[in-house]
Ligand binder design. Structure first.
Ligand code: ADE
Ligand code: ZN
Length: 325
């Protein structure tokens, strides 16, 4: 499972920060965030909303472009070790320079430097999706979209929205999504993780993304499942995340197999791997155990994922060769 070449489309950069890395930075910077760790040194949280608070506390020690350069290298080393050859990561100007465009450019340069180094040394390719945070509100999302639009190109290829799905309505973020779309960015939106089918319908109507982060609760409305299949909307499914946060009680209760069986394009990712005690290898192993998914199925999913990736066709051609291995 570890060796199979993989494509991961849904990975939050700060959410992938190893706890030891964050603890190390907190000591260097004399910031006391000891309360976010348990006795074994892992992240500790009670539920999704507490997870968001712990996430933001962990992020508070990432204070400079250099910190993000080191973070990106640490994350890519771990990701590549699980056979991922291509990944897309969510990046938020909220955390990288407080949405100031000049500062954002400096953070981005450092992240891209690390991405280039990882590509040379570890053979993993990374692209960025600028992401606004729903519970930070539409005004900040507009500023984030401007940062995204100004840095759109070969490396920043997409725009998205994460955070508390229960905060505000998708239509509040229409301006931000229109701005990103006009800059040529591809679109994805977290929906159908904490809200049900209506949240997905509202998101599709207001923001018109081509991919959904999670989207799994579409299973509660089979007409919506058919619509997703017909329209070719891609789901960035993170089963281990959903189980860890209590959306589903275990892998066997997760709808990913049924969504796939009904013709929806599903892809597999880790979301925030150390928070959920997961890796791409573990996701594959659990899916094999729960649904008997085999090598053929995983190779098919990797191909679907690459087709749904936001990078250019030259990059896709190069990655497609790696998937043949
Ligand atoms: N940010 C990081 N992980 C997230 C998740 N699973 N849902 C929404 N926002 C997030
Ligand atoms: Zn996510």
């Amino acid at each position: 499972m570890r060796e199979l070449p993989k494509v991961e489309l849904h990975l939050h950069l700060e959410g992938a920060a190893p706890p030891a890395f964050v603890r190390g930075l907190s000591k260097e910077k004399h910031v006391d965030i000891s309360g976010i760790f348990d006795a074994r040194g892992n992240y500790r949280y009670k539920d999704f909303w507490d997870f968001l608070k712990v996430y933001e506390a962990a992020t508070s020690v990432l204070q400079s472009p250099e910190d993000y350069r080191r973070l990106t290298l640490a994350v890519l080393e771990e990701t590549a070790a699980h056979g991922v050859v291509y990944a897309e990561t969510f990046l938020s100007p909220d955390f990288c320079g407080g949405r100031d465009l000049g500062a954002w450019r400096e953070y981005l340069l450092a992240i891209q430097e690390a991405s280039d180094e990882a590509e040379r040394k570890m053979g993993i390719t990374l692209r960025g999706i600028v992401t606004c945070i729903r519970h930070f509100g539409p005004e900040k999302a507009r500023e984030t979209a401007i940062c995204a639009a100004e840095t759109a190109g070969d490396w920043i290829t997409g725009f998205g929205i994460a955070g508390d799905e229960k905060a505000g309505a998708p239509k509040d973020f229409r301006w931000a999504f229109d701005c990103a779309r006009e800059a040529g960015l591809r679109l994805t939106a977290h929906a159908g993780e904490w809200a049900g089918p209506e949240g997905i319908r509202d998101t599709l109507a207001a923001l018109a993304p081509e991919r959904l982060g999670h989207g799994v609760r579409a299973i509660e409305d089979l007409a919506l499942v058919d619509e997703l299949a017909e329209r070719g909307i891609v789901l960035e499914v993170c089963p281990g995340s959903n189980v860890a946060l209590g959306v589903y009680k275990d892998f066997r209760a997760h709808p990913v197999h049924e969504l796939d069986r009904r013709g929806v394009k599903v892809t597999i990712s880790t979301d925030d791997p150390p928070f959920f005690h997961t890796t791409m290898t573990r996701e594959y192993e659990e899916l094999h155990r729960a649904f008997d998914w085999d090598e053929g199925q995983f190779r098919r999913i990797a191909k679907v994922s690459l087709e749904a990736a936001f990078c250019d066709t030259d990059t896709k051609t190069k990655i497609a060769k790696l998937l043949e291995a």
